[in-house]
Design a protein around this ligand. Structure first.
Ligand SMILES: C[S@@+](CC[C@H](N)C(=O)[O-])C[C@H]1O[C@@H](n2cnc3c(N)ncnc32)[C@H](O)[C@@H]1O
Length: 461
C-alpha cells in the first residue's frame, strides 16, 4: 500500500534514538516519534516518508509502557527542555549507555568495547548552575519570560516553574517578571524597535552559594528605547533581591545592521564575578571567578565527576607533560598541572583563553601555557613532547588532520572527552586504526532529563 503524509499508523516503540526520539517499526521501516519511550503503544500520524525511515507525530498513547512515570513538571511536553522526564533516572542512564554502545559498534565498527555504566548526576533535578530565560511573547502576544517553544521561532513559553535550577532561581524569575509587568516594560519585537527586554541569565555557584543575575536589554544603534531612570529602577530590583543575589548586572546589547553586536555591561550591585569551587574525587580543588559572558560547565557536581575521570585516565601511567586540546577556560589542564611538570593548552576562543590565564593565576599555577587558535594549525608547532594528550572537542569532533598530528607526537596515553557519541565513534575508529588501543569507556551524565551524554575514553599505545 502507498503510504501518505498524514496517514495514521499504529506502532510499538522499542528503542530511543540519540536525539531523544522513540523508534518503532512499520512495514519494515524505522519510524521516529517524539515524546514516547520503549514499551509504549502509540497511534501516530506520518509527517515524513523516506525509503529507509519515516517520521511521525504522536496522536494517541494507546497503551503506556509499564516503565513510564508521571513527569514532574507541568510544562513537560510543551517546553521541550526535559524530554526524558517520563523516564526513571536509572532508565535514562540505561538509554544513554546504549547510545554510546550503538555508536561505537555501528559507526566506529568497534565491537566488544568495555563501556561502563554511566556515572549519574548527583541530583537529577536542580542541577544547572546557569539558566537563560528569554523575554518575548506567547502565541497570543501576551508578555512572556521563559523558554523558546520548540519548533517555533519567536514564541516564548511563560515559565513560572522549572526544576532544572534551584528554587531561588525560579523565585528570581517570577520576581523579575512581576517587576517588568508593573512598569509596563515590553520585550523587544523582531519586526520593529518596540520593546527592549531581551533575556535574564541566572548563575549560581553550587559550592559557594553565590548568585549572579544578568538582566539583558536590547537596543538598535541610535534608537533611544531604554526608559529614563532605568538604572535607578534596577537598583530597586536589587533591593528586592537583597542578600540572595551576590552580583547583579545590566547588559545592553546594541546592534547595528551589518555590524557585530556591542555589549555594554554595568554592574548594578555586588561583586564583579561569581565564584565557584570544584572539588575532584582525589581531593584536588580549584576556585574559579566567572564573569557574566564567560563559559563554565553548567552542572558543577557532574563536571567534577567528569574531570575526576579524565584525571584518573590521564594519570594512569607516570607522566610529566600533557596537552589539553580544545581546553576552553583551561579547567582540565589546570587540574592536570597539579600533578605534572608542564601543560600546554590550545583553544580557539580568545575570551576563554583570557579566562584560562586568569584562572591559572588565581590558582597559583605557573607551569601551564595557553595558545589561542585552531588546534589543526597550532598543534604541530608545540615544542614539548607530551606523555598524555587530552582532547575535548566540540560536537563535530576532531579532524583527520588533528588525529594525524596527535599521532606524530606519539603520546602513550590519550584521553578523549566527547559530548557526541556519533563523532566520537568516527574518531575512535581512526585512532584505533593508528594503533591506539581503546581500553575503557566511561559515560558521565551531565544533563539529566535530556538525551545528552558525555563520554570519557582511555586510549593507550
Ligand atoms: C567541549 S568544549 C571544551 C571545554 C573545556 N575542555 C572544559 O572542560 O571546560 C570545546 C572547546 O573547543 C573550542 N574549539 C572549537 N573549535 C576549536 C578549534 N578548531 N581549535 C581549538 N579550539 C576549538 C571551543 O571554543 C570550546 O571551548
Amino acid at each position: 500500500m502507498q503510504l501518505k503524509k498524514g496517514q495514521i499508523i499504529d506502532l510499538e516503540i522499542d528503542a530511543i534514538a540519540f536525539g531523544g526520539r522513540g523508534i518503532g517499526r512499520f512495514e519494515g521501516r524505522a519510524v521516529f516519534v517524539d515524546g514516547v519511550m520503549p514499551g509504549d503503544k502509540v497511534r501516530a500520524s506520518l509527517t515524513r516518508i523516506k525509503e529507509k525511515f519515516m517520521e511521525a507525530e504522536l496522536v494517541e498513547l494507546v497503551a503506556k509502557s509499564a516503565e513510564r512515570i508521571e513527569p514532574r513538571c507541568k510544562h513537560f511536553g510543551t517546553c521541550g527542555g526535559c524530554k526524558f522526564q517520563f523516564m526513571k533516572y536509572e532508565d535514562q542512564l540505561g538509554v544513554k549507555k546504549q547510545h554510546v554502545i550503538d555508536a561505537l559498534e555501528r559507526i566506529g565498527g568497534l565491537k566488544g568495547v568495555r563501556v561502563k555504566n554511566p556515572i549519574g548526576s548527583e541530583s537529577e533535578f536542580y542541577y544547572r548552575n546557569k539558566m537563560e530565560f528569554t523575554f518575548g511573547y506567547d502565541g497570543e502576544m501576551n508578555f512572556a519570560l521563559g523558554m523558546h517553544l520548540p519548533g517555533r521561532r519567536y514564541d516564548i513559553l511563560d515559565l513560572d516553574i522549572c526544576y532544572l535550577q534551584s528554587e531561588l532561581s525560579v523565585e528570581i524569575l517570577n520576581r523579575v517578571r512581576e517587576f517588568c509587568l508593573e512598569r509596563g516594560w515590553k520585550p523587544r519585537k523582531f519586526t520593529n524597535n518596540e520593546g527592549f527586554l531581551r533575556s535574564l541569565y541566572i548563575r549560581e555557584g553550587k559550592r559557594t552559594g553565590e548568585v549572579m543575575v544578568n538582566f539583558v536589554t536590547s537596543q538598535s544603534e541610535g534608537v533611544d528605547n531604554i526608559p529614563k531612570g532605568f538604572v535607578e529602577e534596577l537598583e530597586k530590583l536589587a533591593d528586592i533581591f537583597g542578600e540572595s543575589v551576590s552580583s547583579f548586572y545590566w547588559t545592553n546589547v546594541i546592534s547595528k545592521r551589518g555590524q557585530r553586536k556591542r555589549f555594554e555591561e554595568k554592574l548594578i550591585r555586588g561583586k564583579s564575578c561569581l565564584s565557584e569551587i570544584m572539588k575532584l574525587d582525589n581531593g584536588d580543588e580549584l576556585k574559579f571567578d566567572i564573569l557574566p559572558q564567560a563559559f563554565f560547565q553548567v552542572n558543577t557536581y557532574a563536571a567534577e565527576s567528569l574531570y575526576s575521570q579524565v584525571l584518573k585516565y590521564a594519570l594512569v601511567e607516570p607522566c610529566k607533560v600533557a596537552f589539553d586540546l580544545y581546553c576552553g577556560t583551561g579547567t582540565i589542564g589546570l587540574f592536570l598541572a597539579k600533578h605534572l611538570e608542564k601543560v600546554l593548552g590550545i583553544e580557539s576562543n580568545e575570551e576563554a583563553v583570557k579566562a584560562a590565564v586568569k584562572n591559572a593565576k588565581a590558582n597559583g599555577v605557573d607551569h601551564i601555557e595557553f595558545f589561542t587558535g585552531d588546534t589543526g594549525k597550532l598543534l604541530k608547532d608545540l615544542k614539548e613532547s607530551p606523555d598524555v594528550v587530552v582532547i575535548d572537542p566540540p560536537r563535530a569532533g576532531v579532524t583527520a588532520k588533528v588525529i594525524e598530528q596527535i599521532d606524530q607526537f606519539s603520546p602513550k596515553t590519550l584521553v578523549y572527552v566527547s559530548c557526541n557519541p556519533t563523532t566520537l565513534a568516527r574518531d575512535l575508529r581512526l585512532l584505533t586504526d593508528l594503533g591506539f588501543q581503546l581500553k575503557e569507556v566511561q559515560p558521565v551524565d551531565m544533563f539529566p532529563q535530556t538525551y545528552h551524554i558525555e563520554t570519557v575514553c582511555l586510549l593507550q599505545r
